[in-house]
Every structure is written in C-alpha cells, then in structure tokens.
Design a protein around this ligand. Sequence first.
Ligand code: PLP
Length: 399
Amino acid sequence: ERQLSSRLAVLKPSVTLVISQLARRLAAEGRDIINMSSGELDFDTPTHIQDGAIAAMRSGQTRYTDVGGTPALKAAIIEKFKRDNQLDYSPRQIIASTGAKQIIFNAFLATLDIGDEVILNAPYWVSYPEMIRLTGAEPVAIVPAANQGFKLTPATLAAVLTAKTRWLLLNSPGNPSGALYSAEELRALAEVLKDYPRVLVMSDDIYEHIVYEGKFASFASAVPQMADRTLTINGVSKTYAMTGWRLGFAAGPEWLISALAILQSQSTSCPNAIAQAAAIAALTGPQDLLAEWCARLRTRRDSALAILRQCPALQVDTPPAAFYLFVGCEKLLGKRTTAGKILNSDLDVAEYFLEHAGVAVVPGSAFGMAPYFRLAYSIADDDVNRACQLMVNACEALL
Ligand code: PLP
C-alpha cells in the first residue's frame, strides 16, 4: 500500500536536503550557523508592495480570479515586458502562476512525451532535471569546459541536438553560475536551432535585474524571429524580494499559454489573489530600488571574492550577475580534517564547512558539476564577510 508511482520513483532526493538537515541539527544544538545555502534575498519586501497586498485584502480581492491571473496583473506584466525587454504581448500570451517554478514544471508537463529530450547547461538549477524526468522525458545536461564562463557554446549545442530534442533551456543570469549571455551569444545559439523547427526555447530570466557587469538580454528580444517558439519565464521572487509570495509569470505563444492555463485550471487554479495584487504594485511601482539593491549585492560579492581568494585552494571567477558564487574546490579533495576525515567529494567539503566553520553551502554535484560549492551572498554584509573568513580558516586548518 506504500508503493509510489513509477513516475515518482525516478525523482532523486535532493542533495541539498542533507546539508539543510545537518544545518538545522547543529543550530538546534545551539551552534551559530550562517546559512549561505538559500536562493533568496535577505531584504524585506518593500512597503509599497506590502501595501498593495493589504489594500487588496481590505477591498475584498480575496476570491478566485481568472486562472492565468487578473486582467490588471496581465496588463502590468505586458507593460513590464515592454519596458524591460522591448517585447510586445497580448493578454492571451501571458500567464501568472504560483511561482516561476510552477510554470516551468507545467510547460514541461504540457509538451514533453516519453523519450523527448531537453538540453540544459550545467551547472543548472537543481529542479530542472527532476521536473523533466517526472514527465518521462530525458534531461541532456552539457558540462561546459572550465574556461568558457559556464556557458553553452553553439558548437556544443550543435553536437547534442537530435530529432528527440524538444526544448533548449537557457537560464541567464544563471543559478548557480551567475553566467550572463550577451544578445550576440543568444543569436549564435539561435542560429544552430534553425534546422530544428520542433525545438522550443525556455528562457528563464528570473535573475534579470541582478546584473553587475554586462547587459541582460532576453532570448525572445535578442532573436525576434524565434519569439513564437520561446517561453519567457520571469517572476517577482528574486527581483522584489518576494520569494514567499509565490508569484511567477511567463509570456509565449498562445497555444502553449492556453495549454498551461488548462493544466493550471485542473490542478491549482489561479495564483494567490493577494500575491497578484502585490505583484501589480511591484511591477508598476518605483523601480529605482532595484539598482540600489544591486549595488549592495555587488559590494557583498566583491568582499566575498576578496576573502575567498586569500585561499589558494579555492578557485572562483567573478560572476557578472545573480547572487551566487560557484566555487571550485578540487584542491581540497584528498585533504584530511583535524578530526581525521578525508574529503573525497564536494559533499564532504560542504559537510566540513558546516561542521567546522558553521557555514552552510550547497555542493556543486547538486547542480550537475563537481567538485564545486555554491554560496549565496544575499545575506547581511557582516555575515557574508564572517562566513567567508570562517571558510578560509577552515581550509587552512586542513592537513
Ligand atoms: N528559476 C531559477 C533559475 C531559480 O533559481 C528559481 C528559484 O530558486 C526559480 C526559477 C523559481 O522561482 P519562483 O520563486 O518564482 O518559483
């Protein structure tokens, strides 16, 4: 009676779970743990956005809405795509859901059959391959050469495209790499797709507004002739410090958006009505706070880099975007801790940092690339500095 479906049996348990469980246990024992494993900003949701939600509650906007979002929210999303990405959409090309995560999963569920393939680039966001596997399709993960900034090149893309390829999944700025594709790089990838009319492009732009060097380009605006086979994913989580509100949105061809709406109508219905109102306040309100936040994050990034680079065993390039560092730790493997344990993998390294330094990071193997670890520097300035110094000290304590 406890047997799970064959579909669920392919789901891999999350590597990050091991670390977060250990972190919770140590914290419960009274240890001071700095958590750099979480993919969210430490800033509060701005007051004008909170006010939008409160006003919605007070005025009775507490019922089901249209499945894909209220007309007012869709209008705000359309305006956002015009303002930020020079993309023109009609309301029927827009959907809002319970986080970008729901849209990504529903898009795979709506389009993938057993045997289909989705091309993605390692290091990738942990949820992508598992979502793809749940549909019966296969993730085809490309591990890029070390010197190409964690980016997919046209040559590697050409080598893995097959008749079974259904999606190319792009995530720029990338989690966990912080990689950013230029418009030219996106056009070069699109050139390779010309001979594969069945391939759709998912452009996960969720970190769009966290860019320090270079210029963000959305695939559909860089390659307008591909817009009718591109699903552009975005949301308010990372941009406006609204991860807990659960509101994401997407734009794409009508046939796909209406399929997503049908799926949503039979599973979760509309996204939270109050979060929709908050998202309108976020998208139509003042945007200058984004540059302010970016400047603060950049200071954190730079001080984290400066501290970590004191340790010759850690290898880290300067990521131009997002709020993560993806740090190579190959030179730590084979070393022995003072407790006598040999570090054999990046999971061992992450466990060591947690136990010895009190810092929680995520092993690179969770993102399909080892030996690395990911840290999020989207925590208080002092904690960033303290955590990085503790990790450097922990490296130096190895034998
Ligand atoms: N895409 C990427 C690359 C992410 O890192 C995340 C969140 O961690 C998401 C999508 C999901 O965001 P949301 O909170 O909108 O579901």
